[in-house]
Write a protein that binds this ligand. Structure first.
Ligand SMILES: Cc1cc2nc3c(=O)[nH]c(=O)nc-3n(C[C@H](O)[C@H](O)[C@H](O)COP(=O)(O)OP(=O)(O)OC[C@H]3O[C@@H](n4cnc5c(N)ncnc54)[C@H](O)[C@@H]3O)c2cc1C
Length: 454
């Protein structure tokens, strides 16, 4: 039996699960089995006081702490930590609408799917990515990218207020009037850096009555032709169209473009001509549907945990890829044998690019498109080979990529500060030094205060 000597004056409150307690195994399961760890205790906070007590308890007992919301961290030791305390806000998931002022107050434990779908029922539109089970807690702080970015910006571009519990256990409010530097940093500065967010205030948008979605599938062998057509079209197309291209590993054979257009089927059919006329599509599906149905179709239920482990890396692309870059992509896709391995691309531009790079902590506003690649495996003995493949591919692509997306981090990136945050890194360190000078909120690649080494 495990014995942990508690030296604390402070008690843990909320739903508390220690290692060995019933529910520990379920509490431990993150989306990516690669991020599995064995924390000492999980605190499922019910309110900000539970969060505050847990932060103080961790320091009194010299136990490392992590914040957690939707469990989708893509690297290790981010939202779980060996022998530490995980302060999980997922039981706090209430959404309150203030229609008069066009805002929503969203507790940070909700998932993107719950929020987007419940707002859609009320005729409202909120940005989202490709997975409903991603937590609003983590995705917002790093940016939040998806098919509506070109129309209404990142999730973090719609964030206008934050409630956050700091390292002293104090509840802070950050908005344009109060602690505005913390609001600036919370709009793209990454999760788990400054404190534990308990509530966000978001601007809302009226949803269109209907919108148009598309899907196109090609034989995998046509990937060079299709990718080249997509990259010469997607960044320059009408800003109301957000589109992604997914190319699975050779063993899985997927070559698939999809997208969301805030306009009619006839307009989209015209806009798609450069790619529907490329190669020999085996499926072209264009549908004009009510907004609620669009949202349900684009965010189908996805299970946690995923059966496979995956290693990701991400980057931005400023110049159209030449043949050499496309060859590196093909080589990765031929070698990655896990069925979930892929390259993913999302077009950039429009609303997200109109905001200056220093207006919020999210720096990468001007690229043509975003990319991420991931290698998956089932058998732990295959981890090393797949991680090495992802890293080698980053080296090969180095001349053709810029930076990386902090929500899809890669702990093998050495100079991580400028890579995630560009020229905003020093300003983020300043905010960190002000709100967490003792670096209580730290993990590999967290933002270091100025008095701590990078
Ligand atoms: C299947 C899948 C699909 C994805 N699709 C997209 C996408 O389409 N678009 C996109 O932008 N991203 C996407 N992501 C990446 C996603 O944005 C990040 O993984 C994000 O950090 C997940 O947040 P979470 O709350 O679910 O994760 P968690 O594992 O709970 O947390 C992730 C990070 O945020 C911190 N954090 C969580 N909650 C809080 C809080 N309340 N206060 C302070 N820090 C907190 C954690 O400490 C950790 O550092 C996807 C990830 C997965 C696994």
């Amino acid at each position: 039996m495990e014995v942990f000597i508690i030296q604390s004056k402070t008690y843990l409150t909320g739903r508390v699960i220690f290692r060995g307690d019933p529910g520990y195994h379920e509490a431990r399961q993150n989306w990516n089995p690669f991020s599995d760890s064995y924390p000492l205790v999980f605190v499922f906070a019910q309110n900000h006081l539970d969060v505050s007590n847990a932060i103080i308890w961790a320091q009194e007992n010299k136990v490392p702490l992590r914040a957690r919301s939707g469990r989708h961290a893509l690297e290790r030791e981010m939202s779980q930590v060996k022998d530490g305390i995980v302060i999980d806000v997922s039981d706090m998931n209430h959404v309150r609408l203030d229609r008069e002022n066009g805002v929503a107050f969203v507790e940070t434990g909700g998932t993107v799917g719950q929020i987007v779908k419940s707002l859609a029922q009320k005729g409202l539109m909120f940005p989202f990515g490709d997975s409903p089970s991603v937590g609003i807690g983590g995705i917002t702080l790093g940016g939040g990218i998806g098919p509506l970015c070109r129309s209404i910006g990142l999730i973090s571009d719609n964030l206008i207020g934050v409630k956050m519990v700091d390292a002293q256990g104090k509840l802070l409010i950050a908005n344009e009037e109060e602690n505005s530097d913390l609001l600036w940093a919370s709009r793209g500065g990454g999760g788990g850096n400054f404190g534990i967010a308990t509530e966000y205030e978001f601007n809302l948008h009226c949803a269109p009555a209907k919108a148009t979605t598309f899907e196109i599938v090609w034989p995998w062998e046509q990937l060079e032709q299709v990718f080249d057509a997509w990259q010469n079209w997607a960044p320059f197309v009408d800003h109301r169209l957000g589109t992604s291209l997914e190319i699975g590993g050779k063993c899985n054979g997927l070559l698939h473009a999809s997208g969301l257009f805030l306009g009619s089927k006839a307009e989209l059919t015209n806009l798609l001509e450069p790619i529907t006329s490329t190669g020999t599509p085996t499926e072209v599906n264009i549908q004009n549907l009510p907004w609620r149905v669009v949202v349900n179709n684009l965010l189908p239920a996805d299970p946690i945990p995923d059966p496979s482990s995956s290693k990701f890396s991400s980057a931005w692309v400023e110049e159209i890829w030449p043949d050499r870059a496309i060859r590196s992509m093909r080589s990765f896709l031929e070698k990655a044998t896990g069925t979930e391995s892929n390259f993913y691309f999302l077009n950039w531009g429009g609303a997200v690019s109109e905001i200056p790079s220093d207006k919020t902590a999210f720096f990468w506003r001007k690229p043509k498109f975003y990319t991420e690649w991931s290698a998956s495996w089932m058998d732990p003995s295959e981890a090393r080979k797949n991680i090495a493949l992802v890293t080698k591919t980053r080296e090969n692509l180095d001349p053709f990529i810029k930076g990386s997306y902090v929500n899809v981090p890669d702990f093998n990136i050495k100079d991580f500060g400028p890579t995630y945050y560009g020229r905003n890194f020093d300003r983020l360190r300043k905010v960190k030094t002000k709100y967490d000078p003792s670096n209580v909120f730290n993990y590999p690649q967290s933002i270091p205060p100025f008095n701590h080494p990078r």
